[in-house]
Design a protein around this ligand. Sequence first.
Ligand SMILES: Cc1cc2nc3c(=O)[nH]c(=O)nc-3n(C[C@H](O)[C@H](O)[C@H](O)COP(=O)(O)OP(=O)(O)OC[C@H]3O[C@@H](n4cnc5c(N)ncnc54)[C@H](O)[C@@H]3O)c2cc1C
Length: 422
Amino acid sequence: MRAYSDTVAPVRNWAGNITFSAATIAYPETIEQLQAIVQAAQKVRVLGFGHSFNRIADTPDTLVSLRNLQRRIEIDSDARTVTIDGGASYADIAPALHAAGFALANVASLPNITIAGAVVTATHGSGDSNRNLAAAVRGLRLVTASGDIVSLSRGDADFAGAVVSLGALGVIAEMTLDLVPTFDIRQTVYLNLPVATVIDNIHTLTARAYSVSHFTRWQGDSVDQVWVKALAEDGEPAADILGALPATAASHPIPGMDGSTCTGQFGVAGPWHERLFHFSIGNAASAGAELQSELFVARADAPAAIAALHAVQDQFSPALFVSEIRSVAADDLWLSSACRQDTIGFHFTWKPDWDTTIAAVGVAERALAPFAPRPHWAKLFTLAPDVVRSRYPRMPEFKALADRMDPEGKFRNDFVTDLLFA
Ligand SMILES: Cc1cc2nc3c(=O)[nH]c(=O)nc-3n(C[C@H](O)[C@H](O)[C@H](O)COP(=O)(O)OP(=O)(O)OC[C@H]3O[C@@H](n4cnc5c(N)ncnc54)[C@H](O)[C@@H]3O)c2cc1C
């Protein structure tokens, strides 16, 4: 294994819509090598598993991949924490946590993303009481611009600003995450709920189980699928929800795709890491050739926001594979999409045609404009930077923190500079 690669074949993101412009990709095998690489570089960004859809991970200089770091999964049963390395993925740690009697409170739709990449972009799952995945972070060890390591723990003055960082403060070398006792989930997919019923009942629908996702192609007057992930201890799944009946074949969020790549359904109880992801460990996620965007609005606005999208659905649904509506609980992380507000997220998986997608993203943004949406940091959006900045009450403090921790802007790329600092 190499610590460095001087010549770089074009490296692309998972979706294939971004070719990274890095002159060098470095593969440190130790934290000490990582420190030396960061210290020597002019500009640095980390490449996780490349599942972001915009240029957030890009840099013209040094891209660092932590995939060759020794995986670290150190469970502290008394403190109920796990300490992991900055290159670990959810797939790497979830089975080991379950085997030790523990769980993460929530996860995203897929296991094959790095935890650090998820944390710095405010990646989320679903559930009225489930916060963004970054909210599980109890401590961070960052390699800063000088190559030195800074440790931050929950309760420290800068901590709430340093977790969802867009990678602009340093390289996460290690993280400590909160754990909960392991638990079982029953997942049941219900089909064809009228949009009018969803609008009238969205708050009771999202509250009816531990994690609920609504999948719709925004065609006609019904929501295609409602994925209900209930705590197994709460008993057998309901025979119907508001008249919608359970699917009898394994469902995939994108109708017509193979549901056997997804986590266990039909209300059969199974461990959290075999139910909370939509796509199971070891299987391909989603469509693959696709683009994604997502907007978050205050949960109280959910009925009006769904109605607003429904009213213009014919303008964007031809570009869609599928869309997902999820709830996320508020947190206090400065750049979290759920900072200080319980939210509803409107996710869109688009067919991989750039121009059509960007036009459709704009339609959704304009429809939700009255609700002041925040965009997902890792997905596509056309909202102007000053508009995005205005949606984050703690943005000035974040910029001051970034100026203090990285005065030369070593960890800023064009995406971060244009969005946050221009
Ligand atoms: C099929 C699919 C499903 C998805 N599902 C969801 C979902 O359910 N919910 C959701 O919210 N999002 C979802 N996403 C978006 C995804 O969670 C984010 O793009 C996430 O950042 C991907 O992690 P990654 O390891 O691929 O990070 P990358 O895309 O490689 O990097 C993302 C950012 O993290 C930074 N970074 C990575 N590691 C470090 C580190 N160690 N230190 C500092 N910075 C670092 C990178 O520099 C970059 O800025 C999905 C994406 C895909 C493709």
